[in-house]
Design a protein around this ligand. Structure first.
Ligand code: NDP
Length: 254
């Protein structure tokens, strides 16, 4: 996306990023902080979150916060407690990036393991549902609220062997559209991003043999992440936007 956000466009905004310890979420947290946001880093591996925290502090950006949470086991009460903590500590929540995701096991549909299916649906769908439900009242109080989901190319075009992951991303796009429509008359804009093939651990797991130098990095795709979290996307709602619209889906080949 050819877009450049104003330097301090996210100043005073408090933004929660899930899966902030690695990959795209790590970069999004740093990029939001670089533009003035106070970021709340949510994830399951505290050491990774601490490393991102230290990086943001060392760069002199607003002091972040860490919420250790495993989306696999978190309950409705956990999300409600989390929102209370955020409201108590920061008094507001302006944006949420639903980024954490689980690839699961790629396999033929008739061999898909039930437990693996449940795990992917738990992290990629149910956790987002419960988290979104919990944060809506607080984000609605923000003057210019944003909820951004993360989809995938296989979230709008199914592909052989991508089983639970593809199904979960279709569900994510459906959830985004439902919430966007319900909040259409409010100050909150709700959209989704399809990152497209990006150089991360998840991508390497899905395509272990590809030449990773041909892939965009998380930093390369940040313009769309900044656009949908910032003030310039005020008139955009209910959309799933490709971060790499010209890219052909599938394995990167030289
Ligand atoms: P990574 O695997 O690199 O990072 C995923 C992050 O989610 C990690 O920080 C991970 O934590 C966290 N996470 C996973 N499970 C849980 C859990 N149970 N509780 C809390 N946090 C969890 O993935 P990417 O950065 O590649 O992907 C980010 C998003 O983008 C995902 O939603 C993915 O589906 C989507 N996407 C990615 C594409 C790509 O090519 N990279 C393409 C299309 C979509 P930990 O570090 O502790 O494992």
């Amino acid at each position: 996306m050819d877009y450049s956000i104003a330097e301090n466009a996210l100043t005073d905004r408090v933004i929660l990023v899930t899966g902030a310890g690695d990959g795209i979420g790590r970069q999004a947290a740093i990029s939001y902080a670089a533009h003035g946001a106070t970021v709340i880093l949510l994830g399951r591996t505290v050491a990774k979150l601490e490393a991102v925290y230290d990086e943001i502090e060392a760069l002199g950006y607003p002091q972040p916060a860490i919420i250790p949470m495993d989306l696999m086991g978190a309950t409705k009460q956990n999300y409600q407690d989390m929102v209370e903590t955020i409201e108590g500590q920061f008094g507001r929540l302006d944006g949420v990036l639903h980024n954490a995701g689980l690839l699961g096991v790629l396999s033929p549909f008739d061999q898909m393991d039930e437990t693996a299916f449940d795990e992917v649906m738990q992290v990629n769908v149910k956790a987002q549902f419960l988290l979104t439900q919990a944060i809506i009242p607080l984000v609605k109080k923000a003057p210019d609220g944003r909820i951004v989901f993360t989809s995938s190319t296989v979230g709008h075009q199914g592909r052989a062997f991508w089983g639970a992951y593809a199904i979960s991303k279709f569900a994510t796009e459906g959830m985004m559209q439902v919430v966007a429509d319900e909040l259409a008359g409010t100050n909150v804009r709700v959209n989704a991003i399809n990152p497209g093939g990006t150089r991360t651990g998840m991508r390497a797991k899905a395509f272990p043999a590809e030449d990773t130098s041909l892939l965009k990095t998380p930093a390369d795709i940040m313009p769309l992440y900044l656009y949908l979290m910032g003030p310039d996307s005020r008139d955009v709602n209910g959309q799933c936007i490709d971060a790499q619209p010209k890219r052909q889906p599938g394995e990167a080949k030289s």
